[in-house]
Unconditional design. Structure first.
Length: 230
């Protein structure tokens, strides 16, 4: 049984990840911005016999992450999944861009995951062979050029670099750090015309995490296990 902490787990890919780890019998720290409105997640928690607990965290807010750290206490965390994400405003074109939304995207998707790792570092070190997986996007990759999406793409490219740097810094602690493109997924973000379901994406991400070793630290994956060139 692993202790798994997932951000943004009230809907979309994060909710399916919480369901998948709960179904496997793992202990899930399911984090979301607003537990009050997280009905599906609360239903999962109440049917889990205490294996799933719901925790409030806004990953764009340092004080909120610090509060999460206190709630987790000294529990070892085997798997941390930085999943929370935002689009960063719409449209994101050269002539029409919302700079506040861009800043929020950087806070939530680039700086937030770093802060979560920093806050939970002692918990990750307390586990044996902890793994950190950050859900990024193919839009992070220089090999996948795509017009517009300035805010989203820069935030995801930034977090890839943050995670690559963490992979180097945490090598000595035996903590594997990787990034993953979850596919184009039928969620609120991906829309109904996307390629795969949240269940398929979550199953793929879970399988990639299961196979991670220190030999893989710093690698960027696709949800199907392929390496993503970036
Ligand atoms: N769907 C795709 O095709 C696709 C493709 C590439 C990458 N991704 C990435 O996959 C991850 C999951 O996306 P999704 O498709 O499941 O999107 P989604 O359905 O829109 O869910 C986004 C999740 O992130 C949470 N979140 C947003 N801002 C937050 C904050 N400040 N603090 C904590 N949680 C916050 C949301 O919570 P609230 O309900 O409170 O807003 C929600 O739980 C994201 O990182 C996204 O960028 C998705």
């Amino acid at each position: 049984m692993a202790n798994v902490l997932i951000t943004g787990s009230n809907r979309g890919i994060g909710l399916e990840l919480a369901r998948a780890y709960a179904a496997a019998g793992d202990r899930v720290f399911a984090c979301c911005r607003s537990p009050d409105g997280a009905e599906s997640l609360k239903a999962l928690a109440s049917s889990s016999g205490g294996k799933v607990t719901v925790h409030a965290v806004d990953v764009g807010d340092g004080a909120s992450i610090a509060t999460l750290g206190k709630a987790v206490g000294d529990t070892p965390i085997d798997i941390l999944i930085n999943n929370a994400g935002v689009l960063g405003g719409h449209p994101q074109t050269l002539d029409s861009i919302d700079f506040d939304a861009w800043m929020d995207a950087l806070k939530v998707m680039t700086i937030g995951p770093f802060r979560v790792v920093q806050t939970l570092l002692s918990n990750l070190k307390a586990a044996s062979g902890a793994k950190i997986m950050t859900v990024t996007s193919q839009l992070a990759a220089s090999t996948w050029p795509f017009g517009t999406t300035y805010a989203y793409s820069s935030a995801k490219a930034g977090v890839n670099k943050v995670m690559q740097t963490l992979a180097l810094d945490l090598k000595g602690d035996g903590i594997a750090v990787s990034m993953i493109h979850p596919g184009w997924v039928k969620t609120d973000m991906g829309g109904p015309g996307a390629d795969i379901t949240p269940e398929e994406s979550a199953a793929g991400i879970k399988s990639v995490i299961a196979g991670l070793s220190m030999a893989d630290t710093g690698k960027f994956y696709k949800w199907n296990g392929d390496i993503h060139p970036w």
